[in-house]
Design a protein around this ligand. Sequence first.
Ligand code: HPA
Length: 265
Amino acid sequence: MKPLTLPEPLASFKPEIGLILGSGLGFFADDRIEVVGRLPYGEIEGFPVSTVEGHAGQFVYGTIGGKRVICMQGRFHFYEGYSMPEVTLPIRLMHSLGVHTLFVTNAAGGIHRDYVPGDFMLLSDHINALGTNPLIAWQGDEGVRFPDMSEVYDGTLRAGLRDWAQSQGVDLKEGVYLATTGPSYETPAEVRAFATLGADAVGMSTVPEAIVARKLGLRVLGISCITNAAAGISKVPLTHEEVSETADRVRQQFADLLTAGIALA
Ligand code: HPA
């Protein structure tokens, strides 16, 4: 991979923590961060540009509770037609800037029968059902060839956030996230199959970024907002509007959870 040349002042900002803001959480960057600067993806040479409505497509960097963070306001999805190296390029960039901990957030459909829309789920683990892997044909000599994935989502950070949630009376679920490519939602038969495989929630992101982050030695924490009951569990057809509405409704609680996580990192 060609080394990325980064514009100043981001290059000397030296962020410690990276955040990927999923559906509905884009406001976090403007609301919760003391913003130092913004960098639209379009201004970074060799960077893909995000296409989905509602995804601004820029890095926002600044501080939160004294910690230096860099947020992706808008991420790249495989279903948009980006290659796996493109989807995960921002993680490599964050790593090259010095980021040591990555928070990944997303919207997901609930498979676990106890989950209701508006719940939050810490990722305890994931199932990669994308049919590919972002490390295939990896260009670069960072990390090991066959990285261990036995604890993708950091156990210490998870325990800390569980404790915080309990102390605040926040009902925080913890479960397995399964990633499909999308962009079609699942069939009820697929959802039943995923439940049998051990999945508690299903979505179309996060796994590529988490795999690359682990390859590069970053600590990772993942949080899903359960925006809907997965197909077949829900009696009504799924729509992107339902996903967006739920994500918007609980965005302040989501932001509180993320802020608490950052304080632990
Ligand atoms: N399936 C896949 N991705 C999703 C869902 C879902 O039900 N909800 C939000 N993202």
